[in-house]
Design a protein around this ligand. Structure first.
Ligand SMILES: [Cu+2]
Length: 607
């Protein structure tokens, strides 16, 4: 370099300087272009025959696979997914944890941002990755279709960057699922029929990567097995796609190191077990340094409800970690003794309470301070009942199940809120008066059975936020109807900071003192503890319509949800993008039951 400098003539130098200057300007552009890639996926969604628990049935899945295909990309990439509905009823797909900046059109929740993709049609989603890195997932966002329509999203570090931990040798995707006997859609529809209005379906078993495992009926020969080499590091990408169930997970004779949650890195947690709520995704390192052999990997239901008797192992989801090499394979795999019992509360809260953001200069966080807050919401989450009203139909004979936030039980409109908002129409699609606090205050965490507390009202009420508002939400779990359980609350379009959680009725003066403002988790789903509270903060910097809800499907079905409208910021960079050229129509009668019953359709197809 030195000699070059000394021999360069002034003319040459200036040309070189210009080229160099141009390079400096253009190079980052090229690098960013080169780094961000575009990926294309086809999702063919149809009913396929599956046999589990000694029974065969048709089930709606993507590309004939349960769980569905994993999407792989790098941070900042764009993914196009063309979804073909070859099934019998409408559904949508949600890209869980992907913020989709300024682009709520592709977020997915049905009747919130779009109408369902009707049978025989297709719709292409644009999934825009930005800040997310780690593991997320995709799932149907229509009724209980997500039980079988789901899969992982793997987001690798951008090219030229790496993990905030030594690069793993291999990775393994682990998806937890709920298995139902029979036709789940028909059962859900029947449960919701005002004439029957029975409790929503309960899973018959739980799966790891689609399999039940050694201890479930007719499942021993199909247990999911993962072969591993000795002394390697595996990055487990864990997705809890269970419908209603928090899960403990442990591997016999192995420790786990948690390094990420919901597509955001965490400080490493070395632990014998994890607990993961429905909707959450976790990145976990596993070192295969135990004696050569085979080991059970166990997912166990963690029950936060108040129940008397639970059989611990009957519902365990079982898979096997199997070392390569020479050893006697005749012995049964070892069982993880460290996995907590289903009813253990302290093990769950100890784990949840240990989660911290990485919060390093390379992975900075920006926690809103008390003085930044422009909107404060205190939100009760309750199990409730609804009286029969004319809109529930003439066949309504009982009080029906319901759930609510601030005593409003959400009802989906028949067209999309986002489309109505974009066209400046609100009534009668939605109302904008979702309240910042519950209608009445009482001892929320004491069991309440009186009618005035038990009954709720239905509505489609959203909260409107100015662009860039700083929002604090305190969720308060109540024990109305003795129905208090952990509620995994999920927010679309944003990640939020978990400042704290605790038990009993929330008291701001007392409980805010314990807030973590240094390294709180930065996530999209977190539990409100049974008979307790959860405080989250986020900046509403994503214009659009964004759903938020309990990720227990039964609570979502019963109405424990609402939505934010985040207004435009007023500049090109802060305004919502326009809609895609074609959106699924809201005019089609999407409930197949109105045309032909599901059973009839299947019968016709088979004949
Ligand atoms: Cu819930």
């Amino acid at each position: 370099m030195k000699s070059m400098k000394s021999t360069t003539s002034p003319v040459l130098m200036s040309t070189q300087f210009l080229e160099f200057a141009a390079l400096i300007i253009i190079l980052p552009l090229f690098i960013s272009l080169a780094r961000a890639e575009v990926h294309y996926y086809d999702f063919i969604v149809k009913e396929v025959n599956f046999t589990r628990l000694c029974e065969s049935k048709l089930m709606l899945v993507v590309n004939e696979s349960y769980p569905g295909p994993a999407i792989r990309a790098r941070k900042g990439d764009t993914i196009y997914v063309n979804v073909y509905n070859q099934g019998f009823y409408g559904f949508t797909i949600h890209w869980h944890g992907v913020k989709q900046p300024r682009n709520p059109w592709f977020d997915g929740p049905e009747y919130v941002t779009q109408c369902p993709i009707s049978p025989g049609t297709n719709f292409t989603y644009q999934v825009q990755l930005t800040t997310e890195e780690g593991t997320l997932w995709w799932h149907a966002h229509s009724d209980w279709t997500r039980a079988s329509v789901h899969g992982a999203i793997v987001i690798l570090p951008a090219l030229g960057t790496t993990f905030p931990f030594p690069e793993p040798d291999e990775e393994e995707i682990i998806v937890f699922g709920s298995w139902y006997l029979g036709n789940l859609k028909e059962q859900v529809d029947e449960c919701l029929d005002p004439a029957t209005n029975s409790n929503l379906p309960i899973a018959a078993g739980y799966t790891i990567n689609g399999r039940l495992g050694d201890f479930s009926p007719c499942s021993k020969n199909t247990t999911y097995r993962r072969k591993v080499d000795y002394d390697k590091t595996y990055l487990l990408r864990i997705v809890n796609a269970n419908i209603d169930v928090e899960f403990y997970f442990a591997i016999a004779e192995h420790n786990l190191t948690v390094v990420g949650l919901d597509g955001s890195y965490t400080k490493p947690i070395n632990t014998g077990y994890i607990v993961i709520a429905p909707g959450q995704t976790m990145d976990v390192l596993l070192n295969t340094n135990s004696a050569l052999g085979s080991y059970y990997m166990v997912g166990r239901e963690y029950i936060s409800a108040t129940v008397d008797t639970v059989s611990d192992s009957a519902n365990d989801a079982i898979a096997i970690l199997e070392y390569n090499g020479n050893y006697t394979t005749s012995e049964a795999p070892l069982f993880p003794q460290q996995i907590p019992s289903s009813l253990s509360q302290t093990d769950a809260f100890n784990f949840y309470g240990n989660i911290r953001s990485l919060a390093t200069p390379e992975y900075p966080i920006n926690v809103p301070k008390e003085s930044d807050i422009t909107t404060k919401m205190y939100i009760t989450a309750s199990a409730n009942a609804l009286y029969c009203t004319p809109d529930l139909g003439p066949s309504c004979v009982n009080i029906s199940f319901a759930a609510s936030v601030n005593n409003i039980s959400w009802v989906n409109p028949r067209e999309s809120i986002l489309q109505a908002y974009y066209r400046n129409i609100s009534e009668p699609v939605y109302e904008t008066d979702f309240p910042d606090e519950p209608p009445t205050y009482f001892n929320f965490t004491e069991i309440a059975m009186t009618l005035d507390r038990v009954l709720t009202v239905q509505g489609t009420k959203v909260k409107v936020l100015e662009y860039n508002e700083t929002v604090e939400m305190v969720f308060q779990g109540t024990d109305v109807m003795g129905g208090s359980v952990n509620h995994p609350m999920h927010l679309h379009g944003h990640s939020f900071y978990v400042l704290g959680f605790g038990f009993g009725d929330f008291l701001a003066e007392r409980d805010s003192k314990g807030y973590n403002l240094i390294d709180p988790p930065y996530v999209t789903t977190f539990i409100t503890p049974k008979n307790g509270w959860l405080t989250i903060r986020f900046v509403a910097n994503n214009p659009g319509v964004w759903f938020w809800h309990c990720h227990m499907e039964r609570h979502l079905t019963w109405g424990m949800e609402s939505a934010f409208i985040v207004k435009n910021g007023g500049t090109t960079e802060t305004n919502m993008l326009g809609p895609p050229a074609i959106l699924p129509s809201c005019d089609v009668p999407l409930d197949s039951a109105t045309i032909l019953s599901h059973a009839e359709l299947i019968k016709n197809q088979i004949e």
